[in-house]
Design a protein around this ligand. Sequence first.
Ligand code: IPE
Ligand code: IPE
Ligand code: MG
Length: 237
Amino acid sequence: MDSDKKEMPKHVGIIMDGNGRWAKKRNLPRTYGHKEGVKRVLDIVRAGYKMGIPYLSLFAFSTENWKRPQKEIDNLMFLLRTFLVEHVGELEENGVRLNVMGDLSALNEKTSRLVYEALNRTSKGDKMILNIGLNYGGQDEIVLAAKKIAEAVKEGSVGVEEIDSSLFESYLYTKGQPPLDLLIRPSGELRVSNFMLYQMAYSEFWFSNVLWPDFTESEFKKAIDDYQRRDRRFGGL
Ligand code: IPE
Ligand code: IPE
Ligand code: MG
């Protein structure tokens, strides 16, 4: 299948999973899996902007991942900081605009400062929006939107009759973006783990047994090729 002729997904989401199992298979500590996983983040982001995917959403840390041992959480935050220090310049040069989905106030000061710096530095990017789920949960996102709308109604800036899906969407982290066309989850788990619940209403799903640290550009292309063969009907005929 020639992927140039078929429609590319506008918005791809990836639940980057399987780092721990990748390390375990090699008798290595889980941190090695996370470290290798970060390399795939870079590969997939590069592949994304080369292929001309305008919106890419990556799940990096969920609202439930705080249940993990503090040492693992610290390591994940360290890897995030390292990624930002080393690669934000490349994102900026390639027109990638970072957007965080999630509540940054729970991150420690040095991590959130680097995230805000990266958001500022890349704010003019117009080739691709890279959404990163950080302390992100789809349920939290929807509840937060409902709260903000309730406040707007209370103060009189929004009328109850104005609340529709388009108004609701403008209160999500993905404000102004198209819905998820394709959701990719590697590692063999067949669940969505609280990722982009609102945005995936009509997503195509692509599951794979490959663990995230093995998820190369060619796996990514397989997912896109498969997507391009799907018949999307959106409830119509
Ligand atoms: C994904 O890999 C990374 C995060 C959730 C932060 P995991 O750490 O969940 O790896 P597995 O699922 O235990 O293999
Ligand atoms: C989902 O993976 C979260 C991220 C990839 C950041 P998890 O490993 O946390 O999900 P579960 O626990 O298998 O559902
Ligand atoms: Mg996992």
